[in-house]
Ligand binder design. Structure first.
Ligand code: 5GP
Ligand code: ZN
Length: 112
């Protein structure tokens, strides 16, 4: 738990979120400013600043999060989806608690 971290507060139910999944390690909820008709965030319960701060000890957790993406996307009715992990300020990261974006729905996503 990091005192000023918005996602730690969501993990601890200190601030509300539209949660769609929770287990002992991970939660998933809807992004507050969706960039697609469905936009989910997969967040570990432990605080890790970013992907750049992960090491061998996080391998199982990262694998679990990645494998949750297709399951939650499918359960949300997505036929296809995009995953994204912004890393570092220059990588577009705004919330410094690692998370996987999962988004899709509506039109086919543009090529990146
Ligand atoms: P980043 O830019 O760090 O990869 O993504 C952070 C994401 O968190 C953004 O898409 C933003 O809309 C979302 N976000 C920021 N604050 C909140 C919040 O309080 N609740 C929810 N549900 N999403 C948030
Ligand atoms: Zn945190």
């Amino acid at each position: 738990m990091s005192a000023d971290c918005i996602f730690c507060k969501i993990v601890n139910n200190d601030i509300p979120s539209k949660k769609i999944y929770e287990d002992e390690d991970v939660i998933a909820f809807h992004d507050i400013r969706p960039i697609a008709p469905t936009h989910l965030l997969l967040v570990p319960k432990i605080h890790i600043d970013s992907l750049a701060d992960c090491g061998q000890r996080h391998q199982a957790l990262l694998g679990k999060m990645l494998l949750l993406a297709p399951r939650l996307a499918s359960e949300s009715g997505l036929k296809g989806f995009r995953t994204m992990i912004n890393t570092g300020r220059e990588g577009g990261q705004e919330v410094f608690h690692i998370h996987i974006h999962v988004f899709g729905g509506g039109e086919t996503l543009p090529k990146v």
